[in-house]
Design a protein around this ligand. Structure first.
Ligand SMILES: NC(=O)c1ccc[n+]([C@@H]2O[C@H](COP(=O)([O-])OP(=O)(O)OC[C@H]3O[C@@H](n4cnc5c(N)ncnc54)[C@H](OP(=O)(O)O)[C@@H]3O)[C@@H](O)[C@H]2O)c1
Length: 326
């Protein structure tokens, strides 16, 4: 069994979630013929490198010794590895620091798996061209819908189809807020506060409530699955701050729910009326994505749009897909 060597960049919620899942599944993966070995982990403060495999238990337990002299870009370029797993947060305007990490990975001949949207929003074309030019794989299932396998489903299981449109609930925080307003008749501010208390919303929630996070996911699906060459400026984006308790009540009276919908073919993110019995009318912080196809008809995928453990499903599945073709 040949070891598949991984460099993990970013060891926050998602990095730790991936490490925990790798530990939990080590025996099963070995039995299935995958010897996944993390040979380096990087954070801003430094890196941990071990050619024989980093001790993930120690790392997850906060007991590892980080070498502050080691810099991320240097490690990505110099460590002998098959796949770089890029899990840092990114700037939506520049794509950095992830974009630089990803280019360095591809330039040094390493496949790439990521959960980081921003580099793909800014540089999807360039990155996919670089990867194709070097015969490398670029996998990013975790960037859209957390655990929901929408990108791979469209690219693999729906291969026989033309994808006519993809639209749906791509942000759990806003879905939670709108759902709470609908269920309890509370106003936007109260629902937002509760989402923050439960850890679903950031202390600065703008990125979610202004629809920017959904727009980033719309762009990724537009450019990767639907073959467009769209930019942020091409999208019409309206958030949910203007949705009132009265509007929700009125919609309810007529059998509708108000949902923040990302619509790829329409290049739009906006609050929309969804019939209560429609499959996109999902509760809590769930995501729901509807794929319109010519042969299979409509396919709806529903599941966790975030969460360290849930998202590790998409990341690990991408790693295994790359490993299979090594
Ligand atoms: N959380 C979710 O449920 C979820 C779901 C899907 C996708 N994502 C995406 O996954 C990515 C990671 O999310 P997260 O929740 O794990 O974020 P996080 O908890 O903030 O962790 C980010 C990690 O990246 C590291 N980092 C930042 N800049 C770096 C650099 N220049 N070099 C090396 N490491 C660097 C940070 O290190 P320091 O601590 O040293 O700063 C930290 O370890 C984001 O792009 C996010 O949008 C998250």
């Amino acid at each position: 069994m040949k070891a598949v060597r991984l460099v993990v960049v970013g060891f926050g919620n998602i990095g730790k979630g991936l490490a925990s899942t790798l530990l939990e599944k080590r025996k099963q993966l070995m039995e299935r013929g995958y010897d996944l070995r993390v040979v380096a982990v990087c954070e801003q403060k430094g890196c941990v490198v071990d050619d024989e495999g980093v001790d993930l238990e120690k790392l997850v337990g906060g007991k590892a010794k980080w070498d502050e002299r080691l810099k991320t870009l240097e490690v990505i370029r110099s460590v002998e590895a098959d796949i770089v797993v890029e899990l840092t947060p990114g700037n939506i305007n520049t794509g950095e620091p992830g974009l630089g990490h990803m280019k360095a990975a591809l330039e040094s001949g390493k496949h790439l798996v990521t959960s980081n949207k921003s580099p793909l929003v800014v540089g999807y074309r360039e990155l996919s061209r670089m990867a194709a030019g070097k015969g490398l794989q670029l996998k990013f299932e975790a960037t859209v819908g957390g655990a929901i396998p929408v990108i791979n489903t469209c690219g693999n299981e729906l291969k026989a189809n033309a994808i006519r449109n993809i639209y749906g609930i791509l942000n759990g925080t806003t879905n939670y807020i709108l759902w709470k307003m609908t269920e309890e008749g509370v106003d936007f501010k109260t629902a937002l506060k509760e989402a923050q208390n439960l850890g679903f919303a950031e202390s600065n929630p703008d990125y979610d409530i202004k629809g920017i996070d959904t727009a980033a996911k719309v762009l990724i699906l537009a450019n990767s699955v639907m073959g467009m060459d769209a930019k942020m400026k091409d999208l019409k984006v309206t958030g949910i701050e203007g949705v009132t308790a009265e509007a929700i009540e009125l919609a309810k009276d007529y059998g509708y729910a108000i949902k923040l919908v990302g619509d790829i073919a329409g290049k739009e993110v906006s609050p929309r009326l969804i019939p209560v019995e429609h499959p996109l009318n999902v509760p809590g912080n769930l995501n729901a994505i509807l794929v319109e196809t010519d042969v299979a008809g409509d396919i709806t995928l529903i599941g966790a749009g975030a969460g360290a453990k849930e998202t590790s499903s998409a990341i690990l599945s991408d790693i295994l897909a790359v490993a299979e073709r090594l």
